[in-house]
Design a protein around this ligand. Sequence first.
Ligand code: DUC
Ligand code: ZN
Ligand code: ZN
Length: 474
Amino acid sequence: MSEFDRVIKGGTIATASDTFSADIGIKDGRVAALGENLSGDDVIDATGKLVLPGGIDAHVHIDQPKKGGIAMADDFRSGTRSAAAGGTTTIMPFACQYRGESLRQVVEDYHKKADGKAVVDYAFHLIIADANEQVMGQELPALIEDGYTSFKIYMTYPDLKLNDRECLEIFSLARRTGAMTMVHAENADCIEWMTEQLLMAGKTGPKYHAVSRPPVVEKEATHRAISLAEFLDVPILIVHVSSAEAMEQIAIARQKGLRIYGETCPQYLFLTADDLELDDEFEGAKYICSPPPRDKANQEKIWQGLANSTFDVLASDHAPYSFDGPDGKKVVGEDAPFNKIPNGVPGIETRLPLLFSGGVSEGRISLQKFVALTATNPAKLYGLHPRKGTIAIGSDADIAIWDPEKKVTITNENLHHNVDYTPYEGIECTGWPVTVLSRGDVVVQDCEVVASEGRGQFLRCDKPDPARPGMGTL
Ligand code: DUC
Ligand code: ZN
Ligand code: ZN
């Protein structure tokens, strides 16, 4: 019997702060030693490879039906298998409340969906659509104490949106309890008005989705959310930022010393509004997400925001609606107007390879920045650090071993999600995770998912403490 259950030998380890050569000794699912010449019962040779913390995808939608019933293609089995194959070892999906529903019941329902299916670990964010007395006075404070310490609110979408007064109530509760609020920032009235104008003019194709919610609509709501947070002196995180204008609002707030955090997603780095306008008109529906992809100039600014730390998190916003079939993008037919097409793109598996390739391999961001954006920062912001998000003694042995030279052309056929397309078809990536460990178990071997269904565990989150030293700058 060796001292360790498993040893990863000869690799180059990178964390959010350092790169160094060491072996990793794993015992009982945790990192037990970093050293030289370690020996173990099982040895993984990582010579010539990068050994990184497993990714944390802090914004995914899994098995989250739309109000009225449109199902998502991924359940917790396919969603987490796909995550693992892409180097992600923790996901943070949403337990989504609609108006009139008990938040506690919603959380129980989502546990039933994940139980016995997930192959990697998961924590839940909440979506609060009904900030009534029962929710605000009892359910939400109790859930925060139980380890559900972050929630998303929407400033748009008829079934979900909160008005400014309700946003304030949520921010105030977050301030009292130390929870983190994630904000979907788009101006609902502008979108509704412009949508009506476009439909009345017969402009109904997928490309008009982007026309109905231009950058100024995102900028206005981002500015308003930040102002409300400033008013109450509470940290918030703006999710899925797509445009330079919205990003600028975050940068200005941070220069003023406000604790405003920002997330962006691969769709704003690799897709543009032109993708919504393909020859076969309805093909564009594959790229409909909100906020919509912008133009090349905005893409470049978003890359800069990753490099200069305006953004703290890169998440996928995986929203797996199939293209064909009764559920998904064609739910109301191929000539459906843009406002009836489900919003969202799949991306749980491609998130890390796209950022690694476009960012690290192409020299736009450092390896440290890659680890920070995809693992360490989300772990800190959502109360999972240091158990997750780093490679350190005592941390869970959630590790992705990357071949930084491996060239892979993304094709839907080779992905593990249950969606019938990927918006990133044909993009060639340099760098891919080849072996992935979750709590010391090999869940991906030579790019093949070998994890057993149901081994993923639910994670209770600590209260994030953005006032803690180091959090201000992450
Ligand atoms: N926008 C969201 O707000 N959520 C899911 C997907 C999307 O496009
Ligand atoms: Zn959103
Ligand atoms: Zn989302």
